[in-house]
Design a protein around this ligand. Structure first.
Ligand code: NAD
Length: 280
């Protein structure tokens, strides 16, 4: 997709962080918007941030783990806007827990949002993207969809799953050559609300971590502004890239995990300690 002017984009998790910045950047480029989030207050904020741009925007409060809600949102958006060209499956949550200390409810919670939310968003919007003649699916994985880390087993599993799902989808769409494509996005640390909203389990004490301080440490490694992330994502869609890495941290670790797939955790520890020492 060479430009976004007069296209229609749907974004999940549009009330904060990367999703909100995508909405602003697209509105600036004349893209009409179907925005959703579970957090109504976030949507109100996004509405005011894009109000100055002459685009048609709809706002829907929904939970991406609810398939019926996504199905209805996709249908309503298509009816309202007359077409849908882009779906950004962006909504996501984080959880820090050991495998041993994690209960099944926590795992189901994060899988329902980070993985099933992406699956529902992809499958329910795909027919409308095809019907619209020109379409793109953008699924947000993570640096943690390429490398694993202690306390992140569930998050890692959801983001590795998003990567596999999206890479297979991309190949199917390439074979069909039907005007629709897909990009898998792997951000490193982006300065958003993800750490503030994360669930921190007491079980991480077993690894010498303090759950009360974990979100502060987590925040310290979130460097890239979400507006930069949004620009990089839209540029990748314009160039029809299959995969995009965001941030120096993601780029370095991607290389390291290819060179040493079983020892990359040492490089990750080094980078984390260095950035915490710098106090950034
Ligand atoms: N911030 C980072 O460092 C980082 C790194 C890699 C990947 N990511 C991914 O980027 C995506 C966007 O996250 P962000 O960093 O902008 O965080 P954020 O917390 O600022 O925004 C996430 C948005 O998703 C919404 N959301 C959460 N659960 C939802 C649900 N069940 N249904 C609908 N909406 C829901 C939240 O209300 C919020 O508005 C996520 O998928 C996240 O995993 C973020």
């Amino acid at each position: 997709m060479k430009n976004f002017n007069q296209k229609v984009a749907a974004i999940t998790g549009a009330g904060s962080g990367i999703g909100q910045q995508l909405a602003i950047l697209l509105a600036q480029q004349g893209t009409h918007l179907a925005l959703s989030d579970v957090n109504e207050q976030g949507l109100v904020e996004t509405r005011s941030l894009i109000a100055q741009y002459p685009v048609n925007a709809t706002f829907t409060q929904l939970d991406v783990s609810n398939q019926e809600a996504i199905r209805a949102w996709a249908a309503d958006s298509f009816t309202h806007h007359g077409k849908i060209n882009l779906i950004f499956n962006n909504a996501g949550v984080a959880l820090a827990s050991t495998v041993e200390g994690m209960n099944y409810e926590e795992m189901e919670w994060i899988f329902n949002i980070n993985f099933w939310g992406v699956v529902y968003g992809t499958k329910e919007f795909l027919p409308y993207l095809k019907q619209s003649g020109e379409g793109h699916v953008i699924n947000i994985s993570s640096l943690f969809g390429l490398t694993a880390q202690p306390t992140q087993s569930a998050y890692n599993a959801t983001k590795f799953a998003v990567r596999g799902f999206t890479e297979a989808l991309r190949q199917e769409l390439d074979i069909q050559n039907n005007g629709v494509s897909a990009t898998c996005v792997h951000p490193g640390g982006i300065r958003t609300n993800i750490a503030n909203n994360a669930r921190m389990s007491d079980s991480i004490r077993a690894l010498g971590m303090n759950p009360a301080r974990a979100s502060r440490s987590f925040n310290k490694v979130l460097k890239t502004p979400p507006s930069d992330a949004a620009k990089i994502i839209l540029d990748a869609v314009r160039k029809n890239k299959a995969r995009i890495l965001i941030g120096t941290d993601a780029k370095i670790l991607d290389v390291v995990q290819r060179i040493t797939p079983t020892h990359y955790s040492q490089a990750l520890n080094f980078l984390t300690k260095k950035s915490q020492k710098n106090g950034k």
